[in-house]
Write a protein that binds this ligand. Structure first.
Ligand SMILES: [Zn+2]
Ligand SMILES: [Zn+2]
Length: 363
């Protein structure tokens, strides 16, 4: 959001906003204590991926008690009495340590907390509240008046909000989800962000981060393994198995070019040899857990995958659900859903993996 946009949104002049942004005025106001620029998504020296951002935001909202419903107060967990909640993590994301400012900023999809002038008034007079429907940018005098009215009425805590603020088009942006799973997705996205896939599907995908071992293999901590090798991670991810399940299997590079030999992370250039062939054999003969019996597959029973395939492939082309929608519904990624639908993964789950003849041609 540019300063011009902020000025327009608040009906203030650009120069006034600029002064506020640069901290030349209203330095003392609450919501700005310890305010600094955000960390711009820089974490552990790598740029923040959208998945990591979502995970961080979900962690914040997990600390907000939204259990009582949409229009009632959402206290920041752990705050005692009528005080503002604080969060160091929120500061990294929005530049403000105040939980209600962080909530307002994230819920409205802003990159950075509004400049210091825009005191956030709690319509509910309840300071720990992080419900964006109760937060209204205001002025110092409006805020003082709120306090004065509350005192006059002898109120010490929350009051009912009869006219909550209407959410922006598309609704408040509140990231939710299973935190462990979001963290896993974020880690995977961070892994791939360090692999240069710019050459396309058939090219070698070199590891771009500095962490290498003596042989030039990318190396990092992964799934509790201290020095996991990046190409083994890439292979494990492509096979949807845990890193440790590769065991002592040899993952060989079959790159057409010598250049990136030890440094390629394109699963298409990776083959499991020796011991892994045994694993594959076992899988064929049914002694290795696969599909929904596989530890990673338990969340997605065969019946779910079968149902998704039926809904996708048997629907008339103009009523066919999008892969994105199905992926969201099942709680997996678009890439994985796409592979399920085409039968490239979870082959044995059943259901169609291509369109039936009478609805194929329209698609
Ligand atoms: Zn409230
Ligand atoms: Zn390669």
């Amino acid at each position: 959001m540019t300063q011009t946009e902020v000025a327009a949104a608040l009906g203030a002049t650009l120069s006034r906003i600029n002064q506020l942004v640069n901290g030349r005025t209203y330095k003392h106001l609450h919501g700005t204590a310890g305010m600094r620029v955000t960390d711009a998504g820089e974490r552990y020296g790598i740029a923040e991926t959208p998945e990591r951002r979502k995970c961080r935001e979900a962690r914040f909202w997990d600390r907000v008690d939204r259990s009582a419903g949409v229009n009632v107060c959402w206290p920041f967990k752990g705050v005692k009495g009528n005080r503002y909640g604080t969060t160091a993590a929120g500061q990294g994301m929005t530049g403000s340590v105040s939980a209600h400012v962080v909530a307002f900023t994230l819920a409205n999809g802003l990159q950075q907390a509004l400049p210091s002038s825009t005191l956030l008034r709690h319509l509910c007079d309840y300071k720990p509240c992080c419900n964006p429907a109760h937060l209204l940018p205001g002025t110092k005098s409006e805020n003082n008046r709120d306090t004065w009215v509350a005192r006059k009425e002898g109120r010490a805590g929350a009051k009912e909000v009869t006219e909550p603020i209407v959410p922006p088009p598309g609704g408040w942006q509140i990231a939710t989800g299973d935190l462990a799973e979001l963290d896993r997705e974020a880690r995977v996205s961070e892994f791939w962000s360090r692999v240069d896939r710019g050459g396309g599907d058939d090219a070698c995908w070199p590891w771009t981060a500095k962490t290498r071992n003596h042989f030039g293999y990318g190396q990092l901590r992964w799934e509790g393994v201290q020095a996991a090798l990046s190409h083994r991670i890439a292979y494990a991810l492509s096979q949807e198995v845990a890193y440790k399940e590769l065991g002592s299997a040899v993952i060989r590079h079959t790159c057409p070019e010598e250049t990136y030999r030890n440094n390629c992370n394109n699963p298409r250039h990776l083959r499991a040899g020796s011991q892994a062939e045994n694993i594959a054999d076992k899988a064929l003969h049914g002694t290795q857990p696969r599909g929904e019996r596989h530890p990673m597959g338990r969340r997605f029973p065969d019946a779910l995958i079968r149902e998704m395939r039926i809904r996708f492939w048997t629907a008339p082309a103009d009523q066919r659900p999008t892969i994105t929608a199905l992926a969201q519904e099942a709680g997996t990624s678009i890439a994985v859903m796409s592979r399920w639908l085409r039968g490239e993964h979870r082959t044995d789950a059943g259901g169609p993996i291509t369109a039936t003849p009478d609805n194929a041609q329209q698609g």
